[in-house]
Design a protein around this ligand. Structure first.
Ligand code: TRP
Length: 325
């Protein structure tokens, strides 16, 4: 029995890069584990999002997006981090076990300092809350992107340290599974990212999709010229959407000559619409019902709760804090 867990930070506009690079691979991983927990890290978001309306609405955006993308809440527990207050109890224990020096070496904290910002203590302590997110649920594996590697190391260190101090079997030591970065190009060919201003929105209208694709810069070979598909933004996106096998047809047409980038753009628009159109409809339906989303999140939390309780009973017992009645 292996349990996988991952956290999703509720920030920013959801775009095609998030879907192809993170959501779709994470949903495929569900098949490989007996149990999976995907939660919305709302208290982590508070380190940067300090506006009630924005946070509230982003939490619902994210929940609707994952459900629309195919997360089956019967199979994968989807819940809000904030539903389990025990996570803060564990964070405090970890704070008492970790040297401040280790947190001072944290990438996000150091980056903030390097930019001349005055990071809040939430950013400093971020890795401890993340360690608690993971360890509270007796997690075996944590699929994350490369940027989270250091956080994972801290989580492992703190679990090992706790077991060393309080007893070998108190905590399960999680393994990180670093997912290969899928580089999804944006409309300018750079990595798709909100900060680059090159995104294709995931739930935009059909018209928005078309407009974004038409804006992709291409080479200007004559129509009859044979064209190399590999490495171009249009083809890379097309291939990521439809898969390698299906995409080879488009590569062959371009290579044969007589097929222009305008045609290829239309193929891309069609492929995006075929996949994203039905997803957009599901999203709109789900997003319009916030109470329904809250019910899904609450049900996920209720199923996750006994796991957290069991861990905390073991922890309180091991550290000498009386078990509450
Ligand atoms: N820090 C992660 C990110 O920025 C989100 C996160 C919070 C997380 N808690 C987690 C990921 C626990 C994995 C496990 O993407």
């Amino acid at each position: 029995m292996t349990r996988s867990l991952t956290g999703i930070k509720p920030t920013g506009t959801i775009h095609v890069g998030n879907y192809l690079g993170a959501m779709r691979p994470a949903l495929e991983l569900v098949e490989r584990h007996d149990s999976s927990l995907y939660f919305i890290a709302d208290y982590h978001a508070l380190t940067t999002v300090q506006d009630k309306r924005v946070l509230h609405s982003t939490i619902h955006d994210i929940a609707a997006a994952w459900l629309a993308a195919g997360l089956d809440p019967e199979r994968t527990l989807l819940y809000r981090q904030s539903a389990m207050l025990e996570v803060f109890e564990l964070t405090w224990l970890f704070a008492c076990l970790v040297a401040t020096g280790q947190l001072e070496r944290g990438h996000s904290y150091k980056d903030a300092l390097a930019k001349g910002l005055a990071p809040n203590a939430g950013i400093f302590n971020y890795p401890l809350l993340m360690a608690a997110d993971i360890i509270l649920y007796d997690t075996d594996v944590v699929p994350v992107g490369r940027d989270q590697r250091q956080h994972l190391e801290i989580a492992r260190d703190v679990a090992i340290r706790c077991n060393h101090v309080f007893g070998a079997d108190v905590l399960r030591v999680p393994e990180g599974v670093i997912q290969d970065d899928v580089l999804v190009p944006g409309t300018d060919g750079q990595k798709m990212s909100k900060s680059h201003g090159n995104i294709i929105p995931l739930f935009g209208t059909a018209k928005d999709l078309k407009k974004a694709v038409m804006g992709i810069v291409t080479a200007s070979e004559p129509l009859e010229a044979p064209k190399q598909a590999e490495g171009t933004t249009i083809f890379t996106l097309y291939q990521q959407i439809v898969g390698k096998d299906k995409a080879s047809g488009l590569a062959a047409k371009l290579a044969a000559g007589g097929y222009g980038w305008g045609h290829a753009k239309q193929d891309l628009v069609q492929a995006l619409e075929d996949t994203l159109g039905p997803m957009r409809e599901r999203y709109q339906r789900l997003r319009a019902d916030e109470a329904g989303l809250d019910r899904v999140l609450a049900a996920g939390a209720e199923r996750a709760r006994p796991i957290a309780r069991t861990t905390m009973e073991r922890v309180r017992d091991a550290i000498g804090i009386a078990v509450r009645t």
